[in-house]
Design a protein around this ligand. Structure first.
Ligand code: ARG
Length: 576
């Protein structure tokens, strides 16, 4: 990668200066490379001379001059200029030959352009809706963000394991069993929907006021469930089946399939030994009948075994980590959930380190913010949950209206149009989510989500389709040897620069768990391409050389848009 290359040659230059110039007091092992916003300052810049100046108490400008001259001793075809500017920056300007070679790399590597080859393993815990409750907006975010992180890591060479940690165990199932037994006729058990289950759960809590004894009943039923009682297990299974049926509809709409769904229930039977291990290792203690972990002065205490012997969410998460470490030997385990679980994961990771299972830095919690509507909170009437499936179907409906009058698809069959509307509608919802840093709240505004002219999924899909439609009109062979001596105009040069940065953007998005970096990159690229297209004809370019170059640029832009949108879990129709 060019960034690494610059880092390396700068470092080597400094090392040889060190001997010649007697800069003995230096100990530099890493050079930070910046990408200046304004291209006047080069494509890349380093400010290491400022640091060295401070360390050696010498003029940084002079130091940067010395480093630059050292670099220039070994001529490189990568740069057409390396300059020093006050107070001590070294700016690197990429050479045309390098830009063209990178362009040819995109054409050659196609959907592999920008990919990495890190041979490591990562487990990604995402989506994780709760059985007997609706698939919430938070789970939508977790699904979209988690999947994108999965795609990014996979593209970077990682072996990825997706695990849907379904909320399918816990004391709430004691309540569900009591409610179903009391208020649903046995004949109707199999017709229950998630909505019914949710209502039953609410009713249970309302009835506690007049019948406090049902709480004890629920506790007993959860115990029975944990002890493998058949009736309890059967009713629990009904809840699971009903919910999974609904969740799968949503996964189908989103086009998402998660590798595993062990769920919390899988760890039933694997927890007592962990509680014992924690006690033996003197990490957990018994307290008032319960077992707890104390983190004096650091974090609040957690319970890992309740006084009635029941386990909880925390215990199941401990068991899940132990299982994953053993089964997959991952280098990293990543969790994507709402920000309200930040403390839970802090406590969890701390416990894992205390237990000496692995070090904390192999465990990452990525948290997302809330969904808000333009007017404030994102909800319909008070107490009503938003139905996610309806939102997704609405997105498809609106996408259909949006593309209905498009020239490009007027000859397609109805079914094909439906297909495109689905890709555009779902893509729009995903992009709206991913285009902001995950920690931030998301504004849900249909006009923005489906705005063909703004920073939206449809705009990027449209730019891609436009490139494809240009390319469809020609059979010109893209022999880049023929454009060796071409002079670039400034729009062409700018796009080529952007294109060449894709691999480093992917790497940064991977390292920072930030799909939003991919989004802003492709938005800029699309704007640049559309501007370029406005000024410079492609098929009707002035010369054959220009035509080849511009077609190659168009091909590369389409390819990078496709690769990037795929990383975001968004499809790219060839027409829209
Ligand atoms: N089911 C949980 C919830 O809805 C999220 C689970 C996240 N994963 C985990 N390993 N704790 O809040």
């Amino acid at each position: 990668m060019i960034k690494d290359k610059i880092s390396q040659i700068t470092l080597e230059a400094i090392q040889s200066c060190q001997k010649q110039e007697n800069w003995s007091a230096l100990n530099i092992s890493e050079i930070k490379i910046e990408s200046p916003k304004d291209k006047k300052h080069g494509d890349y810049a380093v400010s290491i001379a400022l640091e060295i100046g401070k360390m050696l108490k010498k003029n940084p400008l002079k130091i940067s001059e010395i480093i630059k001259n050292k670099i220039l001793e070994e001529p490189s075809i990568l740069f057409n200029k390396i300059e020093v500017v006050s107070p001590g920056f070294i700016n690197f300007f990429l050479a045309k030959d390098y830009l063209i070679s990178e362009l040819s790399k995109v054409l050659k590597e196609k959907d592999k352009y920008g990919a990495g080859n890190t041979k490591k393993t990562i487990v990604i815990d995402y989506s994780a809706p709760n059985i007997a409750k609706p698939f919430g907006i938070g789970h939508l975010r977790s699904t979209i963000i988690g999947q994108s992180i999965y795609n990014l890591y996979k593209f970077f060479g990682f072996k990825c394991i997706g695990d849907n940690h379904l909320g399918d165990w816990g004391t709430q199932f004691g309540k569900m069993i009591v409610a179903i037994k009391k208020w649903v006729k046995q004949d109707n058990f199999n017709d229950l929907t998630v909505n019914d289950l949710e209502k039953l759960y609410i009713r249970f809590h309302q009835e506690i006021e007049n019948h406090p004894e049902i709480e004890e009943e629920a506790r007993l039923w959860f115990k029975k469930l944990e002890n493998g009682d058949k009736e309890a297990k059967d009713i629990w299974q009904i809840c699971v089946n009903v919910s999974l049926k609904e969740f799968n509809k949503i996964y189908d709409l989103l086009g998402i399939k998660i590798d595993y769904a062990f769920g919390e229930s899988f760890y039933e039977g694997k927890m007592m030994s962990i509680v014992q291990e924690a006690i033996d290792k003197k990490i957990a203690i018994k307290s008032q009948g319960a077992v707890i972990i104390d983190y004096p002065d650091k974090l609040p205490t957690v319970i890992i075994l309740k006084s009635d012997g029941a386990t909880n969410y925390f215990t199941r998460d401990l068991a899940a980590i132990k299982y994953r470490l053993k089964k997959w030997k991952p280098d990293l385990i990543v969790y994507e959930t709402g920000a309200e679980q930040t403390l839970h994961f802090k406590q969890l990771f701390e416990a894992v380190e205390l237990l000496k299972w692995t070090s904390k830095d192999k465990l990452v919690h990525i948290s997302h913010g809330l969904y808000r509507s333009r007017t404030g909170k994102f909800s319909t009437r008070k107490g009503q949950t938003i139905h996610l499936e309806e939102i997704l179907i609405e997105a498809i409906k609106r996408a259909k209206q949006m593309i209905e009058n498009s020239e490009a698809i007027k000859n397609l069959s109805n079914q094909e149009k439906e297909e495109i509307a689905k890709i555009v509608g779902i893509g729009a919802v995903k992009y709206n989510d991913l285009s902001q840093h995950h920690s931030r709240d998301i504004i849900f505004d249909w006009d923005k989500i489906l705005n063909l002219k703004g920073n939206s999924g449809p705009y990027l899909q449209y730019t891609h389709a436009r490139c494809i439609s240009i390319l469809r009109k020609t059979k010109t062979k893209l022999d880049l040897k023929k454009i060796k001596n071409i002079k670039l105009n400034s729009e062409e040069e700018d796009i080529l620069r952007d294109i060449s940065r894709f691999p480093e953007i992917v790497r940064e998005a991977v390292q920072k768990f930030s799909p939003n970096l991919i989004c802003s990159f492709i938005f800029d690229l699309s704007q640049r391409y559309n501007l370029f297209y406005q000024f410079h004809p492609v098929i009707k370019a002035e010369t054959e050389e220009s035509k080849i170059l511009r077609l190659a640029i168009t091909t590369a832009v389409a390819q990078i848009l496709k690769n990037s949108l795929a990383l975001l879990g968004i499809d790219t129709p060839n027409k829209m």
